[in-house]
Design a protein. Structure first.
Length: 561
């Protein structure tokens, strides 16, 4: 398959719909449920191992904090005040137990080892009845005895530490000690008498940390365990794997149906692409080719498909109509120009025949008469010579008039500004010139002169204006010529080509002349408010005209005012 075929829309639709779906479904089928299950098991194990390590470290840090505080209170009670959440009791080693002591204090005193307290170390126990963690710290010196302090389990912030869980499973958190007491439990915690048999509790109490899989209860559970430094405690996090993977594994039985639905959907997508994208674009391309061959109405029929394609067809149809209108206008303009040229040639031929040729014939007759009477009537010859000179002068003026109508000599000799001044004077218009006048080149000066000539002619014929103003602005980058009148104005069509259909070629000709020399031509008119014609041309050394030079000039304000 060549690159040209691969780039076609039909092939692209196939590549981007059918093939990706088939590849994805085949890869999904080959991968299988086992790899997903193994990935999920490994992910949960790694996550829970990190979690159990972080939580056990946080608990251990809290234990060390309270242990250090109580030991410092035992050594220097005056220097270390009791923390708000800590409750402390002191008594001598030979002091008998009191019934007024809290139960957890009585239990700690009773469980205190026999012998001299100074020879003992700090003990950490848990009182299940009060839910408090108890420290038994020996007092040394003359006042040998025991300092018994405790904090509630809630002071460890275990609810916040163990708040993390998956939305589809019930995560169990258990903090236990070597006496099979559950210090903290969340989720599906076992009974206290069974906690010691839980997988992971024994290794954790032995100081180990790890992850294991338990299937003893008929399901696969991921168990992460870790010891708590500073106390004979074990932290267990247990999470069922089936609850995490079940939403994905339930679809395994539906895989054939999913494959079938995906294939049907892919073919439906292909049909949609071919029916509503490929075929309309092919029809649109065919219509565009027909437009290029001159059939401008080819895109007038809808091609169907997506709205964007139909919008594109409408834009192409509108463009074709405008091209057709422009061509018709240009043809009409060319025909009009040709007709004007022929009319002008006929007029010149008629004037030359009626005026100049007749004058030359009369001169010839007069010369013959002078020649015959030269010897016989000298006085009469002088009178005839005077008449002859008068006729020669008239012929010269007539030839000059025709020559000036063809191309004014003062435009080449004096430049644009004097030539426009003569035109304005002959039309009875006010003229203002701003900037330093300069020569533009014969072609540009002639175009600006003809536009001024045509515009002033239109004003005299159609505007019925009381005031005509002509502005000529020589800027830094180009020249602007503007003619404005306060006449009747007219309704400006969207395109100047519309005017050619009614036989009005003046504005079309002015625009064509301006575009031939790279200029810009604008018409601003409103019925009853006059008309303004503006043409702007850049100097030869400037590629682009800065129109703001004219817009900010005082000359523009004068023209409008």
């Amino acid at each position: 398959m060549s690159n040209l075929h691969v780039r076609r829309l039909r092939v692209q639709v196939l590549l981007w719909t059918i093939l990706p779906g088939i590849i994805f479904l085949v890869a999904f089928s080959l991968t299988g449920i086992g790899s997903h299950e193994e990935s999920m098991r490994r992910l949960v194990a790694e996550e829970n191992l990190k979690l159990v390590g972080a939580v056990s470290t946080a608990i251990s840090t809290r234990l060390e904090h309270y242990t250090a505080h109580l030991e410092l209170m035992a050594a220097a009670p005056a220097a270390y005040p009791t923390l708000k959440e800590v409750e402390v009791w002191r008594f001598a080693s030979d002091q008998p137990g009191s019934q007024s002591l809290p139960a957890w204090v009585q239990t700690a005193v009773t469980a205190a080892p026999a012998g001299t307290p100074s020879a003992q170390g700090t003990r950490i126990t848990f009182d299940a009845d009060s839910g408090r963690v108890v420290w038994t710290v020996p007092l040394r010196g003359q006042n040998a005895g025991w300092l018994v302090g405790s904090v509630p389990v809630t002071a460890f912030g275990l609810d916040k530490l163990m708040a993390m869980s998956h939305p589809n499973s019930v995560t169990t958190f258990v903090l236990t000690n070597n006496s099979d007491q559950i210090i903290y439990g969340k989720g599906q915690a076992p009974a206290a008498e069974l906690v010691g048999a839980w997988p992971g509790v024994g290794p954790a109490l032995g100081g180990e940390k790890g992850v294991l899989v338990d299937t003893s209860n008929g399901q696969e559970d991921i168990i992460a365990f870790a010891s708590v430094a500073g106390a004979p405690w074990a932290l267990i996090i247990r999470e069922p794997l089936d609850a995490l993977t079940a939403p994905l594994f339930h679809y395994s039985s539906l895989l054939p149906l999913i494959l079938t639905a995906a294939v049907i959907l892919s073919f439906f997508t292909l049909f949609f692409g071919l029916r509503y994208i490929a075929q309309p674009i092919e029809l649109l391309a065919s219509q565009a080719n027909r437009i290029g061959q001159g059939e401008f109405a080819a895109a007038s029929q809808p091609v169907g498909g997506l709205d964007e394609i139909e919008d594109l067809r409408g834009s192409i149809d509108l463009m074709a109509q405008r091209i057709q209108a422009n061509q018709a206008a240009l043809q009409a303009y060319a025909h009009a120009v040709t007709s004007v040229q022929e009319v002008e040639r006929s007029r010149l031929a008629r004037e030359l025949h009626d005026e100049t040729v007749q004058a030359l014939i009369a001169l010839d007759h007069k010369a013959q008469m002078v020649q015959r009477s030269f010897d016989r009537h000298p006085e009469r010859c002088r009178e005839q010579m005077a008449d002859l000179r008068h006729m020669i002068a008239g012929a010269i003026q007539e030839v000059q008039r025709i020559s000036q109508a063809l191309r004014p000599p003062y435009l080449d000799d004096l430049g644009l500004a004097p030539a426009v001044e003569i035109l304005a004077h002959d039309a009875g218009a006010e003229l203002r010139v701003a900037g330093v006048a300069r020569r533009l080149g014969a072609d540009k000066e002639l175009v600006l002169y003809r536009i001024a000539q045509e515009s002033l002619t239109n004003v005299r014929r159609h505007a019925h204006a009381q005031t005509i103003r002509v502005a000529l602005h020589f800027g830094l980058t180009g020249v602007t010529l503007a003619i404005r009148d306060d006449g009747v104005g007219f309704v400006m069509p969207d395109m100047l080509t519309v005017l050619t259909g009614t036989g009005h070629f003046g504005l079309m000709g002015m625009r064509e002349r301006a575009e031939l020399i790279g200029g810009q031509f604008h018409i601003a008119t409103t019925p009853g408010a006059g008309t303004a014609a503006i043409v702007q041309v850049a100097y030869d050394e400037h590629l682009q005209l800065k129109t703001e030079e004219w817009q900010v000039s005082n000359l523009a304000a004068w023209l409008i005012g």
